[in-house]
Write a protein that binds this ligand. Structure first.
Ligand code: IMP
Ligand code: MG
Length: 176
């Protein structure tokens, strides 16, 4: 068997990411001014994006997390979403912004959206660092995205492949 080293093709630099965070945080701060905003980060992938995003908002926001997983150690969704850990904060009458690293099939967010809608929030919107639409299966609207791409498996800035590469400061296309 021939083993090849995966190639990391740069997509976004640390500096480009920084500017995108400033821009999106500005939009969110305008849209949610005066509203009870609750950011719900989807672990693990969103941990870096959420921590940068919240520090660039000019409005107050509460933060909580859910843990969702659908991939295991593969590059495609299993289609079954496990939710081993959910929020502690009461979401009723709050304006929820679901914060995700990357939307691919959309199954995770579609499932989480339905789950939180049952808890009677004031609103639910979706903020993803990357919107990748080639394999979209569920009809989800990504309200805020820093970067849109058609295809490719991306890593870095929180995004992993089999739990590796999350700590890279930029975004890379992982070519096997
Ligand atoms: P979805 O349910 O197919 O939209 O999958 C969303 C989740 O799959 C994301 O939160 C990521 O954890 C993972 N994922 C999807 N595409 C990629 C990728 O290109 N790189 C790393 N993780 C990905
Ligand atoms: Mg992942």
């Amino acid at each position: 068997m021939i083993m090849t080293t995966p190639e990391l093709v740069p997509i976004l630099t640390k500096e480009e990411i920084h500017q995108k965070i400033i821009d999106i945080a500005g939009k969110i701060s305008c849209d949610y001014a005066g509203k009870d905003l609750l950011l719900i980060g989807i672990l693990k992938g969103a941990f870096i994006f959420l921590s940068d995003l919240v520090r660039h908002l000019s409005i107050p926001a509460q933060i909580d997390f859910v843990r969702a997983s659908s991939y295991g150690d593969t590059m495609s969704s299993s289609g079954t979403i496990a939710l081993p850990c959910t929020v502690q904060i009461d979401v009723r009458n709050k304006h929820i912004l679901l914060v995700e690293d990357i939307v691919d099939t959309g199954l995770t967010l579609s499932c989480l959206r339905k789950y939180f809608l049952l808890q009677e929030p004031a609103s639910i919107k979706i903020c993803a660092f990357i919107d990748k639409y080639e394999r979209r299966e569920a009809d989800v609207q990504v309200d805020y995205a820093c970067h849109t791409t058609h295809e490719g498996f991306l890593v870095g800035y929180g995004l992993d492949y089999a739990e590796n590469y999350r700590g890279l400061p930029g975004i890379y296309h992982l070519k096997m």
